[in-house]
Write a protein that binds this ligand. Structure first.
Ligand SMILES: NC(=O)c1ccc[n+]([C@@H]2O[C@H](COP(=O)([O-])OP(=O)(O)OC[C@H]3O[C@@H](n4cnc5c(N)ncnc54)[C@H](OP(=O)(O)O)[C@@H]3O)[C@@H](O)[C@H]2O)c1
Length: 302
């Protein structure tokens, strides 16, 4: 089978397409014929900075069809269409076949294509965990979401609106009309805004761009800040009397099933910016690296 592999960190150009044997499955695993693989910033970051043990097949997010099941698997059957974010330490999504434990999987949303479905797991789970496990966003709260038009941001704004929050997104002006069509109440244009002039009346901030110097001062006293990139300084957190958390997403099938339900009930849409072929993986990683995506990018595998 074809797989996108990296043997040496340092550059996106180090990734190669290679032939590997089709994986064997253990009794608690399933074999998935991968249809599409979602691209996330971690995919280019790990090739450049070397987060994982080399060599490995890049990628965490897949959609595909179960082709074989281990003897202990009862929750899924051959022919099921599934999505999932694979075991973090092993990666392995950008390949024609994947062997994985079922604890990372949910049934694919019936109303999405395989390409759209592959875009869901990591970004949507990150948005969910940030909003609800860390910020505990409630109906009626005023929430600020950084990089609102990006992969994580677009899920976060839709989940927060579904919860009944008032949502302000930080984005550039080119995304304003689009974000309002998705439900965002208003935007702050990060390219022109004077953050020091904005009223500090937010209950919660979801930061994906290391913007704590700008966004923590916008919280009410006692407000909550979560970041998925760099941690804020303790001085800043104390000065504004807020709580601050940093976290790394984790794959969670139960949360993914809840997200699938919201998608099937049309509460949440999936936005694909660009699709690439498996053979164009380097182009996909380079495009993701530019950091200008509106929504998600995917590799079409089969
Ligand atoms: N800790 C975790 O578990 C975790 C999980 C997922 C992601 N992350 C990290 O979170 C970050 C965001 O991920 P993502 O998938 O959402 O990325 P992404 O899809 O690449 O984000 C692209 C968006 O970012 C916006 N943007 C770029 N620079 C900006 C700035 N200075 N201020 C505001 N918006 C800006 C762009 O808007 P414009 O085109 O308008 O500039 C674009 O819409 C990445 O660094 C990623 O590694 C961490």
């Amino acid at each position: 089978m074809k797989a996108i592999r990296i043997h040496e960190k340092g550059a996106i150009d180090n990734v190669k397409i290679e032939d590997l044997p089709k994986p064997d499955i253990q009794s608690n695993q399933v074999l998935i014929k991968v249809k599409a693989c979602g691209i996330n910033p971690v995919d280019w970051k790990s090739t450049v900075y070397g987060y994982f043990e080399m060599p490995y097949t890049i990628g965490t997010d897949i959609s595909g069809t179960i082709e074989a099941i281990g003897t202990d698997v009862t929750d899924f059957k051959v022919g099921d269409n599934v999505i999932g974010s694979l075991e973090w330490a092993k990666q392995g999504a950008c390949a024609e076949y994947v062997a994985t434990e079922i604890k990372f999987l949910a049934l694919k949303p019936k109303n999405l294509s395989f390409e759209e479905a592959a875009a869901v797991p990591l970004a949507a789970l990150t948005a969910w965990q940030g909003l609800f496990d860390k910020l505990h966003v409630q109906t009626g709260q005023k929430v600020l979401i950084q990089a609102a038009a990006g992969g994580v941001g677009l899920f976060a704004v839709q989940f927060a609106k579904w919860k009944g929050a008032q949502v302000v997104g930080i984005a550039s002006a080119k995304n304003e009309a689009f974000l309002k069509s998705v439900g965002v109440d208003s935007i702050i244009d990060y390219k022109t805004a004077d953050f020091s002039k904005i009223t500090p009346d937010f209950d919660a901030v979801f930061d994906s761009m290391a913007s704590s110097e700008h966004t923590i001062p916008l919280l009410k006293k006692g407000g909550k800040y979560v970041t998925i990139t760099a941690k804020p300084s303790e001085d800043l957190v104390q000065k504004h009397d807020v709580t601050a958390t940093h976290f790394l997403f984790h794959s969670n099938a139960e949360q993914l099933k809840t997200i699938v339900n919201l998608i099937e009930q049309n509460h949440v849409k999936v936005f694909i910016d660009k699709q690439f072929k498996l053979t164009e993986a380097k182009d996909a990683l380079k495009y993701q690296h530019e950091g200008r995506s509106r929504g998600k990018n995917v590799l079409v595998v089969s």
